[in-house]
Design a protein around this ligand. Structure first.
Ligand SMILES: C[S@@+](CC[C@H](N)C(=O)[O-])C[C@H]1O[C@@H](n2cnc3c(N)ncnc32)[C@H](O)[C@@H]1O
Length: 310
């Protein structure tokens, strides 16, 4: 688990970002409760497992979680057989757990705490690859969440399986759920769902690229800021299908802050929590250049016709 290792002067630029004063708050360990006003449209630096306990129950309209994947990559460098260059996987400290048990406990604790702060009409999205999505789905059902859908994200530019020993993994699943079976009045903007899903029916399959090119944020050394930065287009779809303007969206493991960034552009409010100061610094830089979103879906729907769905 990352620890908060504040460097001198860090966040001094964060006093006012993009019209939001005190944009970043460092979790105050002595604080017992954060008022909704205090945390609205803020990034909280600290451990979500502690911070969520200090947020009033039933606060949020929607939650998006992109948790550690627990990829369990080998310690040795993975090299491309042909050109011998090193494959940049997700080998970050935050993705390391000692066992499935430890990973399951983390996911389970996080979901229990998140459930408490969800309104009864709220929905939750949780994204993962085959490495963990099945564990997460089981944990969610055991905790009483009621799964509405899983959206399959088909990546148009996946990282190839360089060794050629199995299929190239080109999908992630996003489970979409409510707190329990009796939650009925959640937001579902079916017109957007139809627009984004493949075919005329708007099926639960979204086809879009992973984050690439100029969208990919860089750190001060010119390297990727975050190894799993999610594309704006993905969050746009999540937010437009499941929230209304003015809603409050939570991302308790915010990384490079895509959820809040897109929420702001779409006139939603947000609360983001991230434990790593480097990423929080990256979020500050990101918010200095506010996002503008047009309603044009990407990629062009005509290019993603799939047989059987028309
Ligand atoms: C998969 S990444 C999220 C990426 C993000 N969706 C984006 O678009 O950049 C997961 C993040 O969870 C953070 N994290 C892990 N444990 C945490 C905890 N207990 N509290 C807050 N953040 C945590 C990690 O530092 C990492 O940035």
């Amino acid at each position: 688990m990352n620890s908060i290792n504040e460097t001198k002067g860090l966040f001094k630029t964060s006093t006012e970002i993009n019209g939001i004063s005190n944009f970043v708050m460092k979790d105050n360990e002595e604080k017992e409760l954060y008022s909704p006003e205090e945390i609205r449209n803020k990034v909280i630096l600290g451990n979500a497992l502690n911070i969520l306990n200090k947020i009033e129950e039933e606060s949020f309209d929607m939650v998006f979680i992109d948790p550690p994947y627990f990829l369990q990559l080998p310690k040795k460098e993975l090299k491309r057989w042909t050109v011998k260059t090193v494959v940049e996987g997700v080998n970050d400290e935050w993705d390391k757990f000692s066992s499935f048990q430890e990973y399951d406990e983390f996911i389970s604790n996080l979901l229990i705490k998140v459930k408490r702060v969800m309104k009864s009409t709220a929905t939750i999205w949780i994204i993962a690859t085959y490495h963990s999505i099945f564990r997460i789905g089981k944990i969610m059902q055991d905790l009483g969440f009621w799964i509405l859908n899983d959206v399959i994200w088909v990546k148009t530019n996946p990282m190839p399986n360089w060794l050629g020993v199995r299929f190239t993994n080109a999908t992630e699943n996003i489970i979409w759920a409510v707190k329990d079976k009796n939650c009925k009045k959640y937001t579902f903007n079916k017109d957007y769902a139809k627009l984004f899903g493949i075919g005329k029916v708007g099926a639960n399959v979204w086809v879009l690229p992973i984050c690439w090119g100029t969208e990919r944020l860089k750190d001060t050394n010119g390297r990727k800021l975050h190894s799993t930065q999610k594309p704006v287009e993905l969050l746009k779809r999540v937010i437009l299908t499941s929230t209304k303007e003015g809603d409050l969206v939570l991302d308790p493991v915010a990384g490079s802050g895509t959820t809040g960034y897109v929420s702001q552009a779409l006139k939603r409010n947000f609360v983001m929590i991230e434990v790593n100061p480097k990423y929080v610094e990256g979020i500050i830089e990101r918010f200095k250049h506010p996002l503008k979103i047009t309603d044009t879906p990407y990629p062009n729907k005509k290019s993603i016709k799939l047989e059987g769905f028309e």
